[in-house]
Design a protein around this ligand. Structure first.
Ligand code: ATP
Length: 373
């Protein structure tokens, strides 16, 4: 069952910029968002992450004012937004598709919103110039969108949002249309821009790595609800649920029963895994997550495994997958479980090799809820 968990990293002394209280959004029979509670602080880079259809974009569109919540309350800088149209909110949205006007020059695209607001010409010139400088596009002012690369178009879209000096920038998969290299470059630019401006950024993405590397905090959504909110480190290293552990990065999920003194998880196969002490009682069912990079591989049994690893088991290499910097290995234990193990690319094991896997009790993250039978 999904749960709303407030993050211990929320600093309650900071000013709240955006707050969602029990927000529900339905489209006919479809419930896109169910009872969402979120508190986003001023100046945060907040990521909303989740699989396709989980309600990320709907959440962002409600903050923007493009959709009205069916129930609940949404506030921006302490003001209720119920009934406030999009153009009266101090937020601006950048879309994956850029949504630029192809018949207008870069300058006119950025100036468009200010012209509609009838901003005096000298102010307009100064603000458009500043916005283009912020995204390093001042020398492209006379070009048309069709004469720009994807990354340049995305910078113009950012300038068009920034020129309005919003309190909150909403980013809907802003780098989704870019190739991997450009995407990485634009991620650095987005971070720099966020730091220079000091305003709140709320970004929707389904790219786990992007959310982890850019956000101060992340909300992971599933089926219209929040599964977990936390810093990237909390989300990655201490996932609360099997869904979060599995969705964020790669992991090994194992189910069993807890036995305390010493902390052990006993699997149905009989395999016993040493875990760090937990709050769970003896006999309770539990799931654990072990990240592939935490598991070490050895050709021989280790008498004192590095770091005094508590867990050591024999297995066989079933598959290897070369991905450049790493090799992903699937190891089958004698008890039948298959573990994913990440190896540096200079260590080569072949399918059929007999190996020992080893990891520490503290690398076993006990998850909040057991998986269904
Ligand atoms: P994606 O990553 O694919 O963009 P998402 O997490 O952003 O997905 P939403 O676009 O918020 O998901 O959609 C959530 C659910 O609400 C989906 O099941 C979608 O089909 C439904 N939905 C969204 N907008 C509408 C609409 N205008 N009318 C009907 N259903 C909608």
């Amino acid at each position: 069952m999904a749960q709303t968990i407030s993050s211990p990293t929320v600093d309650t002394t900071k000013v709240l910029d955006v707050e969602l209280k029990n927000i529900v959004k339905t489209f006919g029979d479809e419930t896109a968002v169910q009872g969402l509670n979120l508190q986003i602080q001023q100046g945060e880079f907040f990521g909303i992450l989740g699989p396709s259809g989980c309600g990320k974009t709907t959440t962002l569109r409600m903050i923007a004012g493009f959709e009205n919540p069916t129930s609940g309350e949404l506030t921006i800088q302490g003001q209720s937004m119920n009934g406030v149209p999009a153009h009266r909110r101090s937020v601006n949205t950048v879309f994956q598709s850029y949504a630029l006007f192809n018949h207008m020059s870069v300058w006119d695209n950025v100036a468009f919103g200010l012209k509609v607001k009838k901003i005096p010409k000298t102010d307009l010139r100064q603000r458009v110039g500043e916005a283009l400088t912020l995204v390093q596009m001042e020398s492209f002012a006379k070009r048309y969108p069709t004469q720009l690369s994807g990354g340049q178009k995305q910078r113009v879209a950012l300038a068009r949002a920034l020129v309005n000096r919003p309190a909150v920038m909403l980013l809907d998969e802003p780098l989704g249309a870019l190739d991997l290299k450009l995407r990485k470059q634009m991620q650095v630019e987005l971070t720099n821009l966020h730091q220079r401006l000091g305003i709140t950024f709320i970004m929707v993405t389904h790219d786990q790595e992007e959310a982890l590397s850019l956000s101060n905090r992340i909300a992971v959504m599933k089926d219209g609800q929040i599964e977990q909110v936390g810093s990237p480190k909390e989300i990655y290293e201490h996932p609360n649920t099997a869904f979060v552990a599995d969705f964020i990065g790669d992991t090994n999920l194992l189910s069993g029963h807890i036995q305390q003194h010493p902390g052990t998880l006993t699997l149905a196969s009989g395999l016993q895994i040493e875990i760090a002490p937990t709050q769970l009682n003896d006999g309770n069912p539990a799931d654990i997550s072990i990240r592939p990079e935490k598991i070490q591989l050895f050709a021989q049994a280790q008498t004192t495994p590095p770091g005094h690893q508590a867990n050591q088991h024999q297995g066989e290499v079933k598959h290897t997958l070369y991905t450049g910097p790493h090799i992903h290995c699937i190891i089958e234990l004698a008890t039948g479980e298959q573990l994913r193990v990440l190896q540096p690319n200079h260590i080569r094991y072949q399918p059929g090799d007999k190996v020992y896997v080893s990891w520490a009790a503290t690398d076993c993250q006990v998850l909040g809820s057991p998986s269904p039978p």
